[in-house]
Design a protein around this ligand. Structure first.
Ligand code: PRX
Length: 655
């Protein structure tokens, strides 16, 4: 987020009370009602969670609400369930059966709707096929697909068997796919021939082929390929004995296969890889009932979901927002979700608004980067469509600057829709802070108040709380049901990453302040993780991608404030002896990062330097590089800098 935005945060005094019309029929209609629920969730979690999960399908109820042995939480032990019975089967007995679960719109305008009954059927059929191909409870299945309804089917089919899915965002390149497969030893990869992005074809199966050609991906025995574009538009090479067409292996008869595998509350549900401040991506592990409880309750109350809503979360299913608020949360509530395959600006900047008008979308959940991009295109685009069906707006993924918040409210929400700015992380599983619409007033740029069961604070490094309005580290003091349970294969890193910066509590990696009203204002990451256009990128991953290039000796990645993307990715590179810098190398290094990680991680700027500023102990001084990248004078302490001339040189290069 830009410095201007932070400054405007600090000056922000606007406050919008819940619109009376909205509050009148809201699920939580007053601040008093919210406060009472919050108090109960913290003081009597057992009563709270039993009541709030009463509509979920459990085969057996739980006996122990929480067992907490830092850093390991176990929620709802004794309960058994299959999560898909809460998301699908339970709706088959009601009128929801024939209601649209997913309304899909392809980038080129094709549409497809799956009712709850159809989604259930597709899920059960694919689960049966997976079972026949050897998948049993606990196996890992990688999913590398675009935004098509079948990606939800694939996830749910894994869950139906108690298999652990790991969805790999469709923007990741072959090497990143390989690394994730290797880390979790996936047995099957589910993919599709290709998808559309800005009118061109993206070969997804092709990327999987490249990943599987490498020895590190040897755990994969089979791939299942959805034919989405068809042979004419996206021919694929099928490897005999390994690759199977989805439509060929999915049978017609449900027969015995309808049965879901019974899981324990703490059985793994999915692994989702995300970036940390050091090293390779972390395999965040979520388990079954705690995760379900978190996403079920937050979907219901934060989005005030009801029967008649058409809810649209624009996130990609490859990120946690898609998992929790396209798939598990909305489906467990029987909601109708819109899913859109393509880019927001294809064929033009009016696409989102036409989609809202066409499908009568009531609830839009999107990211500040998108809002800022739309804002920049001018008010005429949203004005061309009728947006009066909207009743609630949401924001997620990065701090939203008040200017963008106000534009969202006025131009999209017609000054009538409440905005929920939701703060959470891959690790938290579900929304942990927001202003529940109808109950709590919102303030532009603030993520509001803790959700049920969440006990947060802003502290100094030694754990002492800071005063109201002061900046500090955002921590969570008590476990919550949908928290990550560990990092796959790396419990030690789990402890170190989250519970060691501030002893005894979970440190989020974010900086924040809390105002006199108890509202939180998240400033952004204060560790070495960047948030570029809502994409979470670890500086260490970028650096290791760069140094794997034969020209590069050393690299340091930092964020630079950017009005559109929140942060832009700037890298400083020193070259191996004899290598000459120049525009060709800039292009080559950009391509290299795109190949190693994905196009979304391509640096915005590459700067060459003879050496990087380091402390005497050899640590790269990122703080100084951030200042250089932002064109600011360094205010911090440079006394440990090994060679001050390096800094002077970097600045001189700017001119
Ligand atoms: O820095 C915070 C920012 O996104 C980080 C989590 O990223 P990820 O795991 O990719 O999950 C994103 C979607 C939940 C956080 O540590 N972040 C997320 N939501 C907000 C936010 N920053 C400010 N305001 C938000 N609403």
């Amino acid at each position: 987020m830009s410095h201007d935005a932070i400054t405007s945060h600090l000056k922000e005094t606007r406050r919008f009370e819940p619109p009376a019309d909205f509050a009148k029929s809201a699920r939580i209609p007053t601040r008093e009602a919210y406060d009472a629920m919050y108090k109960e969730s913290v003081e009597s979690p057992e009563t709270f969670w039993r009541r709030e999960t009463a509509d979920l399908v459990l085969r057996t109820p739980w006996t122990t609400t929480l067992e907490w042995k830092l850093p390991h939480a176990k929620w709802f032990q004794g309960a058994t369930l299959n999560i898909t019975e809460s998301c699908l089967d339970r709706h088959l007995m009601t009128a929801t059966r024939n209601k649209a679960a997913i309304i899909w719109e392809g980038e080129l305008g094709a549409t497809k709707t799956l009712t709850y009954a159809q989604l259930h059927r597709e899920t059960v059929l694919l689960a049966d096929a997976l079972r026949k191909h050897g998948i049993v409870k606990g196996d890992r299945v990688a999913i590398y697909m675009g935004m098509v309804p079948e990606v939800a089917v694939a996830m749910l089919a894994c869950a139906r068997l108690g298999a652990v899915h790991t969805v790999i965002f469709g923007g990741f390149a072959a090497d990143a796919i390989r690394d994730r497969i290797h880390d979790c030893q996936a047995k099957i990869v589910i993919t599709q021939d290709g998808g559309y992005r800005r009118g061109s074809v993206l070969g997804l199966k092709e990327a999987v082929d490249k990943a599987l050609a490498q020895p590190q991906a040897a755990s994969v025995q089979k791939t299942i390929v959805l034919q989405h574009l068809g042979h004419d538009r996206c021919p694929v090479k099928m490897t005999e004995g390994r690759d199977l067409w989805w439509h060929e292996i999915v049978g017609e008869s449900l027969g015995e296969s309808r049965e879901a595998t019974v899981c324990e509350a703490e059985d793994p549900l999915f692994i989702l890889y995300t970036s940390g401040s050091t090293g390779k991506p972390k395999g965040v592990l979520h388990t079954t009932l705690g995760y379900l409880a978190g996403v079920h309750v937050t979907s219901k109350y934060v989005f005030d979901l009801r029967e008649s809503d058409v809810y649209w979360c624009t996130a990609d299913v490859g990120w946690v927002t898609g998992h929790s608020y396209i798939v598990y949360g909305p489906l467990s509530n029987g909601a109708t979700c819109l899913m859109y395959e393509g880019a927001p600006n294809f064929p033009d900047w009016g696409r989102f608004w036409r989609l809202i008008e066409k499908h009568g979308v009531t609830t839009l959940y999107t990211a500040p980067t998108a809002i800022r991009a739309f804002m920049r295109q001018g008010d005429e685009w949203p004005k061309k469509s009728d947006l009066s069906s909207l009743r609630l707006l949401g924001s997620v993924g990065e701090p939203i600057n008040p200017e963008a918040w106000m534009w969202y409210r006025e131009q999209i929400g017609g000054n009538r829709c409440p905005i929920v700015d939701t703060w959470w992380q891959t690790e938290t599983g579900s929304i942990l802070m927001t202003t529940v619409p109808g109950a709590a007033a919102s303030k532009p740029g603030s993520t509001g108040l803790p959700m049920f069961g969440v006990v947060a604070d802003v502290v100094k490094k030694d754990g002492t709380p800071v005063g109201a309005g002061e900046g500090g580290m955002l921590i969570l003091k008590q476990p919550w049901p949908s928290m990550l349970r560990t990092l796959w294969n790396d419990d030690e890193r789990f402890m170190k990453s989250y519970f060691s910066d501030v002893p005894g509590v979970y440190f989020t990696g974010d900086g924040a302040r809390r105002d006199e009203d108890g509202y939180y204002w998240v400033v952004g990451r204060i560790d070495d993780v960047l948030n570029v256009a809502g994409h979470r990128i670890g500086t260490a991953e970028i650096e290791s991608a760069l140094v794997s290039h034969p020209s590069v000796a050393e690299a340091a990645a930092v964020g630079r404030p950017d009005d559109l993307k929140g942060q832009a990715l700037v890298v400083f590179v020193s070259l191996r002896p004899g290598v000459k810098s120049g525009p060709d190398l800039v292009t080559a290094l950009g391509e290299h990062v795109a190949k190693e990680i994905g196009k979304f991680a391509r640096p915005d700027a590459i700067r060459f330097t003879d050496s990087l500023p380091k402390t005497r102990s050899g640590k790269i001084m990122r703080r100084l590089l951030k200042d250089v990248a932002a064109g600011r004078a360094s205010t911090g302490d440079t006394s440990t800098l090994e060679d001050l001339s390096v800094l002077a040189k970097l600045r001189a290069d700017e001119d």
